[in-house]
Every structure is written in structure tokens, then in C-alpha cells.
Design a protein around this ligand. Sequence first.
Ligand code: GDP
Length: 452
Amino acid sequence: MNTTDRRVLTSSLPRVAVVGRPNVGKSTLLNRFVGRREAIVEEKPGVTRDRREETADWCGRRFVVIDTGGWMSDPADPVDAAVRDQVAVALAQADVILFVVDAQAGISQEDAEAAKLVRRAGVPCLLVANKVDNEVAEMQLADLYALGVGDPLPVSALHGRRSGDLLDAVVAALPDEDEDGGPEPDELAEASVALVGRPNVGKSTLFNRLCGDERSIVHDAPGTTRDAVDTVVSLDGVPFRFVDTAGLRRKARVDDRTEYYSRVRAIQSLERADVALLVIDATAGITTADQKVAEEIVDAGRAAVVLLNKWDLLGREEKLSLADDVEDKLRFIAWAPVLRISARTGYNVVKLRAVLDRVLTNFRRRVPTADLVRTIEQAQAHHTAPMVRGATSRIRYATQARHSPPTFVLFANRRLGPDYVRFIENRLRDAYDFEGAPLRCKVKVSERQKKR
Ligand code: GDP
């Protein structure tokens, strides 16, 4: 097989580039990959003198490893041309970067500069902390967070310590083999919906209308507690599990019809729900009790839709003043879409399914790290964080730790004020569709800076 053939053969495989200063242990690490019985199957000369490409195979996943060679630094220029070239080549070609640092030597100015380039390029990156030969050394990894390229993965290339874990992490970071692969298991289960709101706003009426629609298929399902009953309602073929529906189907007990009990109910059902439908009696405006239920939704971290019910009873003036009322009194849940409905006449009820779909998609949204880092860099370029004790805080890295609700971790060198975190949240909402989903941002300040 000649070189051209090989290139064709490997061109569709994902590419992993290894970058790092000389002597951090890149070659030893690469040889570990090669040396494993399951790993390298072929080798071919790189296009340039200092680049090697090899095809690796780990647990059935094949990928190309590109060794970009070490960079030599010019002391006069912290980001000299060699660094830039090497990283540029790697970034232009790679799906994943393996950024290798020497954990014993600690991070140098060059490491920091290269990390900056890596972050800017927005290619997923694994930070490999090499020369971590024992548990004690593992404790000293905290400083590496300051590079802003993710959690350090401790390995010892020389002793082979944790190299299997590293290969697992590489494979996990590769782009999906099958781009349009099926949904994840938790997305196959029906979404749980809590109908919440104070008494007499129309929850039962709405629920019975949804169940009564000729396109709906309804069946009861046991709830998680003894007396809780859930109802799975398929709206146009899409199943939704309405939680704790006993009180909605028959007339609720007398004590359930007080605001106190309806709040307790709301809190309990929110615990089991993905999305809350906050039902409001539009004829009464937004009351304090409505605001309290909305607060429970925010505290529980659930997706939400605001339903202004009894719309059929409102005159023109009332409709206008209600819009102002919503904007003012439900400001803290302004991310939730508002639907005007009439449970009694059925007005707009048919729109509910599409709104639920949209909100649930946003609630489960995952932003790739590379994309997220780029968005946050742009936000910071636009508006830098205020000074903390004479120095500027900077977010060096960010990642979405969880979805449902979307939860972001911002790695910063100093504390970030709540206003700035809110600003970042708003930029995330501008950049991605999070309508109906609450966002959570946690700030992690790097250890070294905290001590100062
Ligand atoms: P729940 O306590 O929140 O479950 O409220 P209900 O569903 O029992 O409704 C309370 C009252 O409001 C009942 O008399 C309903 O008929 C009435 N109602 C509910 N929704 C609407 C609506 O959209 N328009 C009108 N005009 N009345 C409604």
C-alpha cells in the first residue's frame, strides 16, 4: 500500500493532535499508545520532517494520532513562531488536542501561551498532566486548572500509569461516529410535567381538556409514592407524564384547595418533573401567590411555561395591562415563554405541545465546550469583568457540566461578581436557544489565586 492510499484510508478517521513543550514526555506518551498491544496498527511518515502520524485503535475506535513535535522557544518572544506553527498545524487538523504538560516541572509561560491559542481555536482539548508517578503528586494538580483547558488527567507515560484512562478519555472526546445517532436513553423516557398554580386558576379544567382531546391517548401510571398517581397523556403521539394528577381528575379534597396546600403540592410535584406549567388566572392579574409558585419553580431548577388562563374572560384593556403586569412581576422567570389560553374554550391549548417540545429541547441542550469557550471569550472581549482588588478577573475556561437544567462551570482567576455572572448568562441566552430553561453558572476560582 502506498502513502496516497493510506491517506485516503485514514482521511475519514478522527484526528488527535499531541502538543506540548519538549521534554514534557510527548514521545514517551506516544510510544505508550504505540506500545499497547491493542493500539497502533500502522505508521506512516508525516508530511513534514517533524510530524508523525499513526493510526491507533482503542476498544474498537480507530483514530489518527498526530505528533506535532516539540516547540523550541525563543526567550525573547513568549509565543514564538515555532509554538504558533505547531499549534496552528495541530488545530487546523485535529478533532481533539492532547495538550501535554510536565506536572513535576509545573506550568511555564510557554504552556500558558500555548493554552491560550488552544482555547481560542476552540477544538476540544484534553490536558494531560504527565510525570504524575504517585498519589502524592496527584494532589499537586490544582495549579494546572489555571491553564483553562479543562481538568488535568494525571498520567505517567514512563510507567504506563493511567494510560488506559487517558485512552478512554480520548475516545470519549472523539466526534460521534454516527452523526445522527439516536437519542440518549434518558431522552427516550417521556418527559414529566407538573401542572402548578394556586387554587381555581383552571388546572383541572386544563388537564381534563388535554385528556379529553380526541388526539390524546391517556393512561394512568403509578407515581413514586403510595398515593401519587401520574397520568401519561400522549399529545399528538408524543407522551408526557403529568405527575400527581389524582387531585386534578376528581375534585380535590377541601384542604387541597387552600393556597398553602397547593404550594406544598407544587413543591412535591416539581421534585419529579422536568417542566412546570405555571397556570395563572388572568382575570386576577399576577398575585403574590402566583409569584411564590414561580419562585418554587426557579428554586427547583425546572423548565417552565407560563399559561395565562381564562383569556376568554378578558377585555381589550385588561389584556394590555396584564402584559405589563407579567413583565414586571414575573421578571425573575422572564426566560419562560408565555402562552395565553382558555382551558374552558380550548383557545390556544393545541399550541401547548409544540411549546413543551421546544422548552424540553432547550432544557436538555448541551453546548460543546469549544463553542462555549468561544462565546465566553467574545463576551469578555465585549465587556471585561470589573476589577477585584485592583486586578481584572478573567474567565479562562468554561464547560457545561450538566443539562436539565443547563449548568455551566466558569473557571476564573479571581472572584466574579453576581452582575458579571448574570451578564455571561445573558450572553449564553443570546448565543443559544435556552427559552424556557433556567441556567446555572458556577464560578471556580483557581486555587493559586485564592490564596493571595
Ligand atoms: P384548579 O383549582 O386550578 O384546578 O381550577 P379548576 O380547573 O377547578 O377551575 C376553577 C374554575 O375556573 C372552574 O369554575 C372552571 O370552570 C373555571 N375555568 C377554568 N379555566 C377557565 C377558562 O379558561 N375560562 C373560563 N371562563 N373559566 C375557566
